[in-house]
Design a protein around this ligand. Structure first.
Ligand SMILES: [Zn+2]
Ligand SMILES: [Zn+2]
Ligand SMILES: [Zn+2]
Length: 133
């Protein structure tokens, strides 16, 4: 069965990009997720905004993997209004899932596609290793 993936985020191309990911926002690793998807691992240094981690110059909180939409949900009326963003991902099209590789101490954030983004999924290129294996 072909595994699917969300296209990579559009990179940050302004000044002072993150030195770890060069503004790509993701680490370049892609991992198998539930044998159904191939997902990107967010850049640990900038957390997903692509900016230099020393300044986070001009980034939005919601660009970071550790920003949780659940903490920011408006009341039900707004949420159910026509045109409201997806309540699960706040319109980002993905949500972050934490992963703890066995042999590393860093917590990784996986960029897992939200159900509302299923129409954006594309077949994953071959390859993609399990984190920590
Ligand atoms: Zn980065
Ligand atoms: Zn940032
Ligand atoms: Zn969604």
């Amino acid at each position: 069965m072909t595994r699917m993936c969300l296209p990579a985020p559009s990179p940050y191309t302004g000044e002072r990009e993150c030195p770890a990911c060069q503004g790509r926002k993701v680490s370049g690793w892609r991992v198998d997720f539930m044998h159904r998807l191939v997902v990107d691992v967010f850049c640990v240094a900038c957390g997903g905004c692509g900016r230099h981690p020393a300044s986070h110059d001009g980034c939005e909180p919601a660009e970071h993997a550790d920003w949780d939409p659940v903490d920011h949900l408006p009341d039900d009326d707004e949420l159910l209004a026509p045109g409201a963003p997806c309540a699960s991902c706040w319109g980002r099209g993905w949500f972050a899932v934490q992963a703890w590789p066995r042999d590393r101490r860093v917590v990784y954030q996986l960029r897992v596609p939200c159900g509302c983004a299923s129409g954006q999924l594309v077949p994953a290129p071959a390859g993609g290793a399990e984190v920590g294996s």
